[in-house]
Every structure is written in structure tokens, then in C-alpha cells.
Design a protein. Structure first.
Length: 487
């Protein structure tokens, strides 16, 4: 069943108007509690229904067929029921629950679900979340496990959400052949100790790991260690960054959700211009970066780099000519390494522009690199998960300014066609951020559950309480005067 657990406080009745007035007056003078109790949503399917779960996808996609959900008694982690998904058409098809009503911006959310395969015997499954904000979506992978058909496996994760239009949590699997059960799903919101402070992408640099959506682009700042770099989003997919540390990456692009192959999208093109400076060390790349799924491939098209040429010299398989330049192609097999599906074994492919022709601006036709890699014998038929313009630094110090970034995916064009380095102009009052944890810069943020204020600066709740107290006191005086007059 679905249980919502909340803090309960008793209210006491008052026997006289004077006592009630005194209580209301005292309540107005005392501070409100700083935090509410934690809240848990628990789903065990014991009422025989899907209890809010649906197959992930739009209504149109579900109409075409994205999978079938059935509450069954053949398997259960606890009780007698579980939820089975069959007939999945895409890897990302899976049972999904809308958790938007329970979200508190800035609050950590503990998520747990038990999963078991029906078929095949083993497959990689991922607990993920979809965050929709102003027409764009982000798809953070929260936890990946190898799931078997012989036992139940618990998948757990903790994630802190910001402000969004809609948030769902779902389970997906790396092969469409997988049919699997889920049971005993829980979603616990840990109410934050401190009020939520929204990050403003127009004025605040990123100084710690974060991913989200801003002005139609997905972005990510990631560092292996804290306090070693920063990233400033400058609009339309452009950004500046600086680093001095072990391993950092900065990128903007589109996370596509692994729904189509590059051939189904048509042309995929990145038109960019940047400044890329390496002050110390040898390892830093300016590149187009991304992933495909089924098969899983991590790919790089590297246009500029330091004295170290990625990926290090091994795995050379040939040369290709794309966009008027010559690229050397390298491959590598990564064994049980971090990936978009957790620790996995997968292929890496690098197109690296030759030393004599490195550049920091131009056009990268990614779809032409895919075609060239296929001619070299590699399978690029997987669905596209991500395409980003990336700066990466490793054991080095440097900075970059990506001041032009136009991304074309089929008929869709995103980005800023800048002609000069960006980052100095002030936003107009009409601009609104599209970040996962952002709000309109001209309006202050009121944390969820906090009292609003009127123009006088007094909290609305205090004004209402004081008026109520006054009404009650006046009523009590009239009541007592009437009684006295009758006696």
C-alpha cells in the first residue's frame, strides 16, 4: 500500500474566548518549527494495483507500445504481490513513479527498490530519475546493479533535487530482452536542516559537482576532489571554466535519453569556438564527448589537447578525414569501469585531430565520425545517450572559455552563435534560467514551507494570526459585556 508518514501534532481546545485569545497571541509571538518531520512514500502493490506506477514514456510513446505492467503473485519480495514489466521496446522502458508532490527543494531523498529478473538469467539494471524543467529533461543514473533471476536485489540511492516541473523515478535495463519484477519501493524525503538556497546560474559559478539544465542545454561540472575548479554558465551552451587539480570535466550539450540512433536523428553537428589554455601539466582536452547504449560506447572527438595526445598511443586503428581535417582513431576496452550504467565493460573510441592541425574553433560533424568508425568495423547502432562539448583536465592547471556552441541534431538547433568571448554581459530582466536548481534571478526564493511576506515586510501568517487574535479579543469583550448587562 502507499503510506505517507508525517509529523502529527495535537491541538488542544480552549474553554473560554479569553483563553483562546491568549493562546493565539502567544502562538503569534513564538517562532515556527525550523523543520518538519521526514516523509516516506512506500509502495508494495498489496492492493493488487500498480499504485501509481506507469511505463516510462509519453502518452504517444505508450500508445505505440513501451511495455506492459502487471501486478502478479508469482514472485514477491514481501507479502504476496509484485509488479512485473514485459514487452519492453527500448532499454529505457521501465516502471516509473511520479514523485513530484513529495519533493522539497534542497532535501536529500533516499530511494530504495527491490528488483528481480524473470528473464534472462542476468542483466544490468539501473535506478534512474528524470527531471523535467521548462521543456528540457535530465536523466541522472542513480544506481546500477547486475540483477539476476535467482534472487531479489535491493537498489538504493540518495539524491538531492532542486526546483523542477516534474520528477519521476524509474528502473531501466540494458537489454530489451529483460523482463523484471519490482517490489517494496520507498522514497524518503529527509527534510533539510538548513533552508534551501537556490543557485542562480546567471550570477553564481559552479564550485562543486552539479548537473542540470540551463537555457535548453544539459550541463555538468564534475571534479574528482573538491575545491579544484569552477564553471560559469554564460548562456546558450557557452561557459567558462578553470581548474587546478587531479581530474575535472566541464560540459554542456544534450542528454538524449537513449531513444534514437544517430541515423534516426540524421546529422549531428557541433559548431563551436573557444579559448583553451593549459598553464601547467600536459593533459587537457577540448572535445565533443558522449555515449551510446546497446552497445555501450564512450566516444571522443578531440580537436585540441596539450603535449599529451589522448588516449596515450595504444589502440591506433587508422586515420579518417572529416570536416577538412585528419583524425587518428584509437580504441580501448574498459573492463568493469564507471559508466552511465554503473561499473561495466565497454568500448571507447577516440578521433584525435593530428598534432599539426589542432584547433579551438570549427565544425565537428559527429555523424560523419560515426560513419567513419563503422567503416573501421565498429558498431555504432546504439541509441544516443549524450552529445556534449567538453573540456577535461587531468593533473594540470588551466582555463577555457567556450564562447560559441551551436548544436544541431536532425532538424533541431540549439545554442549561442557568439563572435566574441562571452561572460561579461548582464542578463535582461526578461531572461529566465532553466537550471534544475534555479529560479528567476529578479525574484527571491522562498523555501518550501516557509511563510510568505506582504509588502510591509511582515510574514502573512503573522498578520493573519494577529487579526484573528484581535477579532477573538473583541468578541470576548462584547460577550462579557453582554453577560454583565443581562445580570
Amino acid at each position: 500500500m502507499v503510506n505517507t508518514v508525517k509529523d502529527k501534532r495535537r491541538s488542544k481546545t480552549r474553554k473560554s474566548a479569553a483563553a483562546l485569545a491568549a493562546a493565539v497571541f502567544l502562538a503569534a509571538m513564538l517562532p515556527l518549527p525550523s523543520r518538519a518531520a521526514d516523509q516516506t512514500v512506500f509502495v508494495d502493490f498489496e492492493d493488487g494495483t500498480a499504485m501509481g506506477f506507469d511505463v516510462r514514456g509519453t502518452e504517444a510513446e505508450r500508445a505505440r507500445g513501451t511495455g506492459v505492467l502487471t501486478v502478479v503473485t508469482e514472485e514477491a519480495h514481501s507479502g504476496e504481490h509484485s509488479l512485473l514489466i514485459t514487452d519492453r521496446q527500448q532499454n529505457w522502458n521501465g516502471p516509473a513513479l511520479d514523485v513530484t508532490p513529495y519533493i522539497v527543494p534542497g532535501a536529500a531523498c533516499e530511494i530504495s527498490v527491490w528488483v528481480k529478473l524473470k528473464t534472462p538469467e542476468s542483466a544490468a539494471c539501473t535506478l534512474s530519475t528524470q527531471i523535467d524543467e521548462d521543456g528540457s529533461s535530465d536523466y541522472p543514473n542513480l544506481k546500477s546493479n547486475t540483477i539476476s533471476s535467482s534472487e531479489w536485489t535491493e537498489m538504493t540511492a540518495t539524491y538531492t533535487y532542486g526546483i523542477a516541473d516534474r520528477i519521476t523515478v524509474y528502473v531501466e535495463c540494458s537489454t530489451t530482452e529483460a523482463e523484471f519484477y519490482i517490489d517494496d519501493f520507498s522514497f524518503t524525503v529527509i527534510d533539510p536542516e538548513e533552508p534551501f538556497e537556490a543557485w542562480d546560474p546567471y550570477t553564481d559559478p559552479l564550485t562543486k559537482d552539479k548537473r542540470g539544465v540551463f537555457e535548453g542545454f544539459d550541463y555538468e561540472f564534475w571534479s574528482d576532489k573538491p575545491n579544484e575548479g569552477s564553471m560559469m554558465l554564460t548562456g546558450g551552451g557557452t561557459y567558462t571554466c578553470e581548474w587546478d587539480g587531479f581530474n575535472l570535466l566541464f560540459r554542456t550539450g544534450k542528454r538524449l535519453g537513449s531513444e534514437k540512433t544517430y541515423k534516426e536523428y540524421g546529422s549531428v553537428i557541433v559548431d563551436y569556438a573557444a579559448e583553451h589554455n593549459i598553464e601547467r601539466g600536459a593533459v587537457s582536452y577540448l572535445c565533443v564527448y558522449g555515449w551510446t547504449e546497446d552497445p555501450m560506447i564512450e566516444f571522443y572527438v578531440v580537436d585540441n589537447y596539450g603535449s599529451y595526445k589522448p588516449p596515450g598511443g595504444d589502440g591506433f586503428i587508422g586515420e579518417i578525414e572529416v570536416d577538412g581535417g585528419v583524425y587518428e582513431v584509437y580504441t580501448d576496452t574498459r573492463v568493469e569501469m564507471p559508466s552511465i550504467q554503473g561499473p561495466q565493460t565497454f568500448e571507447q573510441i577516440f578521433s584525435v585531430r593530428v598534432d599539426t592541425d589542432k584547433r579551438t574553433e570549427g565544425v565537428i560533424t559527429l555523424s560523419d565520425h560515426f560513419k567513419a568508425w563503422e567503416k573501421l568495423g565498429y558498431d555504432l547502432s546504439g541509441n544516443m545517450y549524450e552529445v556534449s562539448l567538453c573540456v577535461e583536465g587531468f593533473s594540470s592547471k588551466g582555463n577555457a572559455n567556450v564562447y560559441k556552441h551551436v548544436l544541431t541534431i536532425g532538424d533541431d538547433v540549439y545554442g549561442a552563435d557568439g563572435t566574441e568571448p562571452a561572460g561579461t554581459e548582464e542578463p535582461t530582466d526578461t531572461e529566465e534560467p532553466e537550471a534544475t536548481e534555479a529560479v528567476t534571478p529578479t525574484e527571491p526564493v522562498t523555501p518550501t514551507g516557509a511563510p510568505a511576506e506582504d509588502d510591509s515586510g511582515l510574514p502573512v501568517w503573522l498578520i493573519v494570526v494577529l487579526i484573528a487574535a484581535g477579532v477573538v479579543v473583541v468578541g470576548a469583550v462584547i460577550f462579557m459585556a453582554t453577560r454583565k448587562k443581562k445580570t
